[in-house]
Design a protein around this ligand. Sequence first.
Ligand SMILES: *Cc1c(COP(=O)(O)O)cnc(C)c1O
Length: 329
Amino acid sequence: MMEVRQNRTDRVFFRYQEEFEQAALQVLRSGNYILGNEVNQFEQEFAAFVGTDYAVSLASGLDALWIAFRILGIGAGDEVIVQGNTYIAIDPDRIEEKISPDTKAVLVVHLYGMPCEMNRITSLCRRYGLKLIEDCAQSHGACYEGRMTGSFGDIGCFSFYPSKHLGGFGDGGAIVTSDPGLAQQVRIFRNYGSDKRYYNKVVGANSRLDELQAALLRVKLRHIRTLTSERQEAAMRYLRGITSQWHQFVVRCKKRDRLASYLKEKGIDTLIHYPVPPHLSEAYRYLNLKKGDLPVTEQFAREVLSLPVYNGMTRAEQDYVTAAVNAFS
Ligand SMILES: *Cc1c(COP(=O)(O)O)cnc(C)c1O
């Protein structure tokens, strides 16, 4: 029997062991352990990676979230719209109906590395004057329409907890933003509210990423593209390998009928497998089951759509379908 653990954070360490050890030794020998060159460099490299002007490193992902709310002035009495944790995507249609006069912000979580529908959510936030915070603790390197998660909102929050995609060797986090004022506020807040030693501007906290973690994260960041492809390949191998011979490639979409007609306009045929669940079909009327009796099944019947997949389908055809599906909103 092979033992397969849920995660093996040591595997990447051993793959790049020399680089990690060298980086750590360099910090240990430098005598500079807090807010030094490694933190500076890491922040610049991470901001460049995400595509924001600034990244400010912090002690954890949770700190990134609460500091984001603090510096955006969101506190007691304010409402923040958040998705139910189990949902992969936050549904923009549901955001709108939840907005009240007390609503100040929307927090989206790109759960499991799946980006939320950012074009609709950003325009909604703009229209209603809401702040947008992205929880990217699971989405380092995940893109939505070519832009990286974390670069859409006023603030993106990252965690570098060891099991995260860009995980360190202890706790860590960061806020990314392209607003210089916000970046400066985070920098001050994480360091006791001070930008100059012993001169405290605001009541802050101690939420600094240390030099050692920054140096180690820099090593991992250098390999992030390889690590991302490797994870994507592993996921694909699951998708290819697990039981299915892909008789159908079925996606689910709340706006299934709109998606189907949109694809039709683009020349792409789809089918619905199956629009009428057996318990609601005429043939089984004698079972006396009514609409609502099997809610999950009925939801699937409303949401499933089978994309073209067949032997002999060309790469170009598949790329065309992929691009069309990704551009649907
Ligand atoms: C891990 C995680 C956090 C918290 O990050 P920490 O660094 O552990 O504090 C927040 N949000 C999501 C979605 C996470 O996965």
